[in-house]
Design a protein around this ligand. Structure first.
Ligand SMILES: NC(=O)c1ccc[n+]([C@@H]2O[C@H](COP(=O)([O-])OP(=O)(O)OC[C@H]3O[C@@H](n4cnc5c(N)ncnc54)[C@H](OP(=O)(O)O)[C@@H]3O)[C@@H](O)[C@H]2O)c1
Length: 332
């Protein structure tokens, strides 16, 4: 049976996706997250309702050590024959972290550490364990594009420079708002998805790397850091109407989850690598992401910097992008 690993698969859009993968495609699942009790509950529901195999793996994406351990645990399960090669790796977990700037145990700004760096390292560790024709899908957000209503809603992106983003608010780097930290982390997800696509293609592997915007989805844990009245208001029909009027990309828990499942498993998306898809008002469409997201030099620099921050590159290889020549070597 094919199977997918999904980060944050026990709640919100991730859980909706897990239910669609199990019910429509009969895929087995690995749920990876930092809330073992809630993961086990979700896993029980998936087994009971759809008869699929579900394994839970502890993973705190904000901690590089936890990501390394989680990937090692997945590999051990594979080597023991308890699970097969991954048909899909869904980098779905994430969120916006309101309030003052906070840092991970590695000392990196929490939004960047969780949404970007943790997934970057997870993909690095598991990419050789992805089946041929398998897919890696990054859950991004329309907020990454400052030229859209989504981008204007939360705060325009700042320069996607990993060194700066990781240390925002310290080392003399000015803090930026939670909204900007979030939208920029999602821009980084898309730059990274495209860069990974080019690297996979150049290496001759038939693994896809896809970026996905679920649209604005009410009823998930996404606004958990917001005051209760804001959370309540966001779910009302009135606010949904206002969002539509303003041109916000509108998802729903069921449709956006189903869309993510289709990007992972539907043969109709076999040629989706290097592309960006949006779930909007009941349609899953391929569309263009922001102008900046297609900047290959920035994507290559971001990749190198994330390798450094995640401890993936020997010291002597560092600073290659500093003179600008190496940063332009974007693949493909
Ligand atoms: N809802 C929207 O309007 C919207 C719009 C665009 C994009 N998105 C994106 O969609 C994805 C899913 O969000 P959602 O709306 O479904 O919200 P959600 O219900 O809060 O789901 C987020 C998931 O991420 C997990 N997570 C957060 N920090 C983590 C960490 N350090 N390590 C491991 N897991 C972690 C959460 O786990 P816990 O339960 O343990 O906290 C949760 O399972 C996110 O990437 C979000 O940015 C959402």
């Amino acid at each position: 049976m094919p199977f997918a690993l999904i980060t944050g698969g026990h709640s919100g859009i991730g859980y909706s996706c897990a239910r669609h993968l199990a019910s429509q495609f009969t895929w087995d699942l690995v749920l990876a997250g930092r809330s073992p009790g809630r993961m086990n509950q979700a896993a029980d529901g998936l087994r009971r309702d759809f008869g699929v195999r579900v394994t839970c793996i502890d993973l705190d994406l904000s901690s590089l050590e936890s990501v390394r351990e989680a990937a090692a645990n997945v590999i051990t399960l594979m080597d023991r024959g308890e699970i097969g090669a991954l048909d899909a790796l869904l980098c779905n977990a994430g969120g916006r972290f309101d309030g003052p700037v906070a840092y991970s145990e590695d000392g990196y700004e929490l939004t960047f550490a969780t949404n970007c760096l943790g997934h970057f390292l997870l993909v690095d560790r598991l990419k050789d364990r992805i089946a041929e024709n398998g897919r890696i899908v990054f859950t991004a957000s329309g907020t990454h594009d400052p030229d859209t209503a989504d981008g204007k809603m939360v705060g325009a992106v700042v320069e996607p420079d990993a060194e700066t983003l990781a240390h925002i608010g310290k080392n003399g780097i000015a803090p930026v708002s939670a909204g900007k930290r979030y939208s920029t982390s999602k821009l980084c997800n898309i730059l990274n998805a495209y860069e990974l696509h080019r690297r996979l293609e150049n290496s001759g592997r038939s693994v896809s790397s896809i970026a996905f915007d679920p649209g604005s989805v009410a009823g998930t844990g996404f606004l958990r850091g917001m005051p209760a009245p804001v959370r309540w208001l966001a779910k009302t029909a009135f606010m949904q109407w206002v969002f539509r009027r303003r041109g916000i990309t509108m998802g729903s828990l069921d449709f956006s989850g189903a869309s993510l499942a289709r990007l992972a498993a539907d043969p109709g998306f076999a040629e989706a690598s290097g592309k960006y898809f949006q779930s909007n008002d009941g349609k899953l469409i391929e569309t263009r992401s922001s102008t900046l997201s297609y900047d290959r030099a920035r994507a290559a620099r971001l990749w190198d910097q994330m390798e450094d921050l995640a401890g993936l590159r020997p010291k002597e290889d560092r600073n290659r992008h500093d003179d600008g020549r190496e940063a332009d070597r974007g693949c493909g």
